[in-house]
Design a protein around this ligand. Sequence first.
Ligand code: DC
Length: 217
Amino acid sequence: MNVPVLTIDGPSGAGKGTVSRAIAKKLGWNYLDSGSIYRSLAIATLDQNIDLHDEAAVVKVAQQMKLAFECNEELIVKLDDIDITSRLATEETGSAASQIAALPDVRGALMEKQRDFQKSPGLVADGRDMGTVVFPEAQYKVFLTADAATRAERRYKQLIEKGICANLPQITQEIELRDRRDSERSIAPLAMAEGALYIDSSSLSIATVINEILRIV
Ligand code: DC
């Protein structure tokens, strides 16, 4: 299949979502927010009172859940026909997503769901292992990061804007814990793909990051 793919990987709060959505819109390409797939599975698992470490049970939830994405101004996610968008961004969901994401069979069960997004005319895929594991053949690869304090502040502002209660020191701690878990896990850890364009967005505007990336596409 020759549908072009741009992968944007990086840690939590690096600005991947904002940048990826803007680029997808500009190019008229499809957009995969792979984190929201892990987050949706985390919600389904928590709602069914399943232990986040019970790999076989979580895989079963992954195989059975029905996910639908509607990309309007905001990304709307429906889990088994119920709109769960407002629950996706919470730290509880993010932390649970990071835990189930460390289970190898769970990652395997979500692989096809992610590859299905590769449709004409192109795909912008955002996550942790887009350029290394899910779309290793992607033509364009970016690793987008920022220092932990900047990422925590951005995440804090995002949550407050969404009307979700947040506390900066706690978010900083959670971001550091999540970074460690996502980078140190044995399967598909957060890593820069070979040949990826490295961007540290700590002191860059969103517009500058978008332009940097558009130059390679
Ligand atoms: O990007 P995010 O914060 O929405 O992702 C939530 C969690 O899901 C993240 O902590 C790790 C996991 N994840 C992953 O392991 N692989 C991906 N491609 C995307 C997310």
